[in-house]
Design a protein around this ligand. Structure first.
Ligand code: FES
Length: 87
C-alpha cells in the first residue's frame, strides 16, 4: 500500500484564513495513522495566487488533491476515504 502524503500550507494567506488551526494535523495524523500517512507543513502551495481573492484558503494537499477551505475534519475524512479505497 502506498503512503498518503499530506501537506498543510503554512503560507501567510492560508495561515490568516484559518490555517493556524490546521497545525493540529501535524500532531493528530501520526498519532492516528502511524506510518501510513506522512504529514508536513509546506510553504505556499501556490493556490492562493491562482485564486486572487483568497476565498478558498486555507489549502491542504492530500497526495495530488487540493482541499479548499480546509478544516481538520475535512482533511481527516479525505484521508479516511483514501485509506478505505486502498484496501
Ligand atoms: S499561502 Fe497557502 S496556498 Fe498560498
Amino acid at each position: 500500500m502506498s503512503k498518503i502524503t499530506v501537506k498543510v500550507c503554512m503560507g501567510t494567506t492560508c495561515f490568516v484564513m484559518g490555517g493556524s488551526n490546521l497545525q493540529e494535523l501535524i500532531e493528530i495524523i501520526p498519532r492516528r495513522y502511524g506510518d501510513k500517512v506522512d504529514v508536513e507543513g509546506s510553504s505556499c502551495l501556490e493556490m492562493c495566487s491562482v485564486q486572487w481573492n483568497y476565498s478558498k484558503a486555507p489549502y491542504v494537499k492530500v497526495d495530488d488533491d487540493i482541499i479548499e477551505e480546509a478544516t481538520v475534519e475535512k482533511v481527516l475524512s479525505v484521508i479516511e476515504e483514501k485509506l478505505g479505497a486502498e484496501k
